[in-house]
Design a binder for this molecule. Structure first.
Ligand code: AMP
Length: 296
């Protein structure tokens, strides 16, 4: 499965991507994470990206496209991936289309997490507070001023992708203002509807379906057993096949005889069964009563 998560900073793309990774065993490819690692390692890409990222701008398209192209070729991405933070511009989306075509890979879905812009600042503030609590290094671009710039660049450069993918019938929009697990469920439902995941990956519904399946199997075998006596009677009553030479009339007569014999045999079997049951009832009935009476 190959999907793109689209949404402004603070929309929950990273959180949802991690949950999807756990659920479907695919990898999260976050250009932001890769660039931050490159900055930390001081690679040529990192040196190029450092200032741009700190100011809330976008790193040149060719840089991120190159990173993504290499990353998709890694063995752990064979099973599928979630693109988080990429593509961010229409030229990046076009480049992604090209490179997927070259690699003979198909994009399954683009999930847009739509959020209320006024909620984004407080979400990012919460993220910063949580990172501080965990003793993690806080991102240099998670400040109100830089966030405003990142939001502006999302609106002008990334939002056109909504139109780009909706035109290509790839876009699903989900309300990103719901609780985290509700968003996850909505994403899963979308992926199911699109055929991007097998229904069995929905662990709960699979577990719920198991007893129902068992019951259905039991009912089927009971039905089979119930049909057995009639089948046996039919078989027993079946006369030898009429000779091929015999005419239509002979065939008709033979069919009639078979029908009659079957009816008779079924009736006989039923009668026998009823007789047996009555006999059994009359045998056990009084005995029990006598025993009970004797006890008293
Ligand atoms: P993110 O972690 O996705 O919020 O990205 C952090 C920063 O990395 C962004 O503000 C950009 O400066 C840079 N960046 C990440 N992904 C891209 C991309 N696809 N294109 C350009 N710049 C990117």
């Amino acid at each position: 499965m190959r999907i793109i998560l689209l949404g402004p900073p603070g929309s929950g793309k990273g959180t949802q991507a991690q949950l999807l990774v756990q659920r479907y065993g695919i990898v999260q490819l976050s250009t932001g994470e890769m660039l931050r690692a490159a900055v930390a390692a001081g690679t040529p890409v990192g040196l190029k990206a450092k200032e741009i990222m700190a100011g809330g701008g976008l790193v040149p398209d060719e840089v991120v496209v190159g990173i993504i192209s290499d990353r998709i070729d890694q063995p752990d991405a064979k099973n599928g991936f979630i693109l988080d933070g990429f593509p961010r511009t229409v030229p990046q989306a076009e480049a992604l289309d090209d490179l997927l075509r070259h690699k003979h890979l198909k994009l399954d879905a683009v999930i847009e997490l739509r959020v209320n812009e006024s909620a984004l600042l407080s979400r990012v503030e919460t993220r910063v507070a949580q990172m501080r609590e965990r003793g993690e290094e806080v991102r240099v671009d998670d400040t109100p001023e830089v966030l405003t710039r990142r939001l502006a660049s999302y609106r002008s450069q990334t939002e056109p992708l909504i139109h780009y993918y909706s035109e290509r019938r790839k876009l699903s929009t989900i309300d990103g203002m719901m609780a985290i697990d509700e968003v996850t469920r909505a994403v899963h439902r979308q992926l199911l509807a699109l055929g991007a995941v097998e229904p069995k990956t929905h662990a709960r519904s699979a577990a719920q379906a198991a007893p129902a399946k068992k019951a259905a199997k039991k009912a089927k075998s009971a039905k089979k057993t119930a049909r057995k006596p009639a089948k046996a009677a039919k078989k027993a009553a079946k006369p030898a096949k009429p000779a091929k030479k015999a005419g239509k009339g002979a065939k008709k007569a033979a069919k009639k005889t078979v029908k009659k014999t079957v009816k008779k045999a079924v009736k006989k079997t039923a009668k026998k069964a009823v007789k047996k049951a009555v006999k059994k009832g009359s045998k056990t009935g009084p005995k029990k009563v006598t025993k009970k009476r004797a006890k008293r």
